[in-house]
Each structure stands twice: as structure tokens, then as C-alpha cells.
Write a protein that binds this ligand. Sequence first.
Ligand code: PRT
Ligand code: ZN
Length: 302
Amino acid sequence: MSMSIEPRDRLRIAIQKSGRLADPARALLASCGLSWRESRDRLFCYGEALPIDLLLVRDDDIPGLIADGVCDLGVVGRNVLCEQDTERVRRGEASAFRELRPLGFGGCRLALAVPDGWEWRGAGQLAGRRIATSYPALLQQWLQEQGIAAEVVTLTGSVEIAPRLGQADLVCDLVSSGATLAANQLKPVATLLESEAVLAGPVAEFEGERAALAEMLLRRLDGAVRTRNSRLLMFQAQRSAIPALLPLLPDAEEPTLLQVDGADRLALQALCHGRLTWQRLEDLKRAGAQGLMVLPVESMLA
Ligand code: PRT
Ligand code: ZN
């Protein structure tokens, strides 16, 4: 396995080896037409369909691999990317990576959580308190913006039990369902960052072969992310019913209308990004839609 950073014409994407983002990242890239032959050590997957290889690593290493030019792109939580970028900037270094696209999975937020018994009256309450977190740079920055002097206790794991262990008074941690906080008698009171998995890349533009490859991949990703929850809706209706039907289409792109027979009967087809529930279909039927059909979207290229 070559890890050289000499000019190369293949694109290298870092993704999480195992963990929350590993499977969805692979699935998303596969839906863009990528496929790989796995190496025996499973750290490097050689791209077969396209010259795009995968490097399987810990998520925390991904921004650094991009900064060092070892990888061109990476799939990582915005929380990790922003933390490491904020840390670099605080150290007086220039940004070396950036978010290229949000990817629509791995959603969570970085939140401040206090013991259940606290009555939250705002950030002023935090002065002089100890806050446990794995995101010290983002927390320091937020505290600075609020004008609060508090002690940041950096922990790499099990942040939520720090108050019970007497290591801190409150925590700043990732939350998705909130069940972990609740189980530790904590409640979220402020959000520092809304996060999801993102495609990260270098600050500088790609050159040569890799620029064309990256551009193609981004185009396919945009289609894949957009179609993942989209459906094609088709039905027929009288022309006079159309004005009442259009507002019922959930987050639809400009629909296509085709004349079926005579001037009065139309067939409509629309790409809908919102949820097409049974309730919504019944509403459409009541407003005059006939022969309703909802189809999944396999791929899309704008
Ligand atoms: O081994 P490696 O370092 O690669 O993995 P990791 O253990 O650091 O990361 P991993 O797999 O746990 O998470 C990867 C990314 O998933 C994070 O960086 C986030 O961008 C995203 N993500 C989404 C989450 C969560 N949701 C989440 N809930 N990461 C962590 N959690 C934690 C949360 O902190 C809490 O302790 O999961 C626990 C359960 O959350 P609740 O609120 O649903 O109870
Ligand atoms: Zn990690």
C-alpha cells in the first residue's frame, strides 16, 4: 500500500473504519457507482469501477489526513471537522480543510447539558464551573463568545458520567436521541453546533485528473443525497383541478404536465422531496387526482 503524497491521478477518500458513519458512508459512495477490491488488512480499498480508493481510519484522523495531503476527501462528522479546524485557528494556523457537502446522515448536536436539578437561567450561570467535554476548542470558543470564564475539563470518552464522578459540574457532549443524557440525570440546555456527516476536502482546489474526478463525484453525490428520500409522483387529473392539486405536492420540483386526451385531461409527474404519506395521497385523490402512483428514484443527474 502506497501512502505517498506525490502527484497521483487516483482520488483517495478517507472514511471511518468502524462506527456510526462507516456503513452509511460506504453505502452512499457505492450509490455513486464506486466499488472496491478490499485489501487483506482492510485499511485500504482499491477502487475498481473508478480510480477512487478508500482509506479506512478513525474518524478523528480524517481532517489531519486531508490537511497532510494523504487523502483528498473524507466523510466525517461536522463536529470533528469544526473542532479540529477551531483548534488549528486557535493555535494561529491556517485552515487546512473545509466542508464541501452536508451528507444527510449521522445527525446530532453538540450541546451543553446540566444536572436535572439545575434551573437553567442562561450562560451567566456557568461562570467558574467545570465543564467536561471531548470538544474543548468548540466549547472554549463558545464560552468566549458568551463572555464566560469557566474551566474546560477535556475527556476523551464517557463525558456524561463526569458530573457523577465529581470531575465536572456539567458536560458539553454530542446528543442525538437524548437517552444517554437522561440516563445520567442530565438535561440539554444549549446547542453549540448542529452536526451531521459531511464530505470534507482541502481548502485548495484540486488539480489535473483529480479535479475532474472530484467534480464528477460531487455531481453524483448531489444526485444521490437529493434522491435518497425523494419519490416520483404521477397521476392524472382534469385541467381545472390542477391549481388545487399543486399546493398539495410535498416539497416538489417544477412538475411536468402532459396532455392526455383532448385539452381537459392532464398527466402530471413531479419529483417530491417531502414525505408522501397515505394521508397526503388521500388528500390528492379528494382534490381530483386519479391513478396515483409513487415511484422510488434510482438515480438522478441534474
Ligand atoms: O473509532 P472512531 O474514533 O472512528 O469512532 P468514534 O467512537 O469517535 O465515533 P462514533 O462512531 O461514535 O461517531 C462518529 C460520528 O457519528 C460522530 O463524530 C458524530 O458526528 C456522529 N454521531 C451521531 C454521534 C451520535 N450521533 C451520537 N449519538 N456520535 C456520538 N453519539 C453519542 C453521544 O455522545 C451519546 O454519548 O452516542 C451516545 C448516544 O446518544 P443519544 O443522545 O442517542 O443517547
Ligand atoms: Zn473518534
